[in-house]
Design a protein around this ligand. Structure first.
Ligand code: NAD
Length: 333
């Protein structure tokens, strides 16, 4: 089993990155954990305070768009594992204004790769784990049964997914040309605690708790494969501890639900004895430009590689997510 002395995380104040730090603290008890994050609009002071209680943990407020800041962090901490979660992550924002997505997701990844090259040149060996999305593959037919796999060609639809696709390409090119050790994982839609309220599930929970309707794009039939953030992070760490290197793995939840179906599930948790009435809980709005129809993941490669892993039920995961938001209504205030 691989172990690490110094783990540098880019974007660890975010939704998935913070879950990663909490779990990595337990699974890599001896490692120094360094969190390099610019603390953008999608982070919460409460998340920062929660992480500040962790032992052998350092937070650096810095920005991956500045190469000198990335280089100085890597030189100072000589990590043997680098995990990159840092990104602009919201598709709607990328449609409104793409430039920061190009700067952070593409140029920022370039800066991380260049800095990684430098510390490898100093004789330090490390693995760069680049965390990416299934959205790089575009979308699938609504009625079909096809799924994305590691061999699916890239065909991104939005400025966000194009910027993530570009960053994946950079990682593979730098690995091949400059012999950087890497892992890329492409995961489906995550849900769970501490996700900023612009994303569908936390937005829906907050609106429904406030007795308001949830705005849903188009006809609400678009399908996403939902995975609990803790499950995603467990698989990231399983792969890091394994012998996996210079390879790509898809990670999915095997929970395909349309947007209307996911709202119905949340309503049934918040109003357990109520009757489902679509018009009472959903307001359909103009469709998102270029809206992907369906995502689905075939993660056979990862499952075969890791063997049997524990899996909680989706309804328990959704229930605990709703409970978390009920108890933490002030997380973003
Ligand atoms: N949320 C999902 O469903 C999902 C699914 C698959 C993959 N991903 C990928 O996982 C990663 C994390 O996603 P998330 O949902 O936690 O996003 P998030 O928006 O919650 O977190 C992103 C983090 O990156 C930081 N960041 C942004 N720009 C930065 C910069 N220039 N310099 C330093 N830090 C910066 C932010 O402050 C934030 O803490 C992203 O790369 C995303 O593409 C997300």
């Amino acid at each position: 089993m691989r172990d690490f002395k110094s783990i540098l995380i880019f974007g660890g104040l975010g939704f998935i990155g913070s879950e990663y730090i909490l779990k990595a603290r337990k699974r890599f008890p001896d490692a120094k954990i360094i969190n390099f994050d610019s603390q953008n609009y999608a982070t919460s002071l409460h998340t920062k305070e929660l992480l500040d209680t962790i032992e052998n943990y350092i937070y650096i407020k810095s920005d991956i768009r500045h190469k000198d800041q990335v280089i100085s962090a890597l030189k100072e901490f000589s990590p043997d594992l680098i995990v990159n979660f840092a990104a602009e992550s919201h598709v709607d924002n990328s449609i409104e204004s793409a430039e920061v997505f190009i700067d952070t997701n593409i140029k920022g990844t370039f800066n991380i790769l260049e800095a990684t090259r430098l510390i490898q040149d100093d004789g330090e060996n490390c693995i760069l784990h680049h965390v990416s999305t299934d959205e790089v593959f575009g979308d699938l037919d609504l009625e079909g049964t096809a799924k994305f796999s590691e061999t699916t060609p890239y065909d991104p639809s939005s400025p966000y997914s194009a910027s993530k696709a570009a960053s994946d390409h950079l990682v593979r090119a730098w690995a091949r040309t400059y012999k950087i050790n890497y892992l890329i994982t492409n995961c489906s839609n995550n849900f769970g605690p501490r996700q900023y309220t612009e994303k569908l599930i936390p937005k829906a929970i907050n609106l429904l708790l406030d007795n308001k309707k949830v705005p849903i794009y188009g006809n609400g039939k678009n399908i996403r494969d939902w995975i609990y953030v803790g499950e995603h992070v467990d698989r990231l760490i399983d792969l890091q501890m394994s012998s996996a290197k210079n390879d790509t793995y898809l990670i999915g939840g095997n929970n395909e639900l349309s947007n209307v179906e996911i709202i119905k599930e949340i309503v049934s948790i918040i109003h357990p004895s109520g009757q489902w009435n679509l018009g009472e809980y959903i307001a359909f709005v103009d469709d998102r430009k270029g809206h992907d129809m369906r995502y689905a993941i075939d993660d056979t490669k990862m499952r075969n590689f890791l063997g049997k892993v524990d899996k909680e039920s989706f309804s328990d995961q959704l229930q605990s997510t709703v409970t978390w938001y009920q108890k933490n209504l002030d997380w973003w205030e």
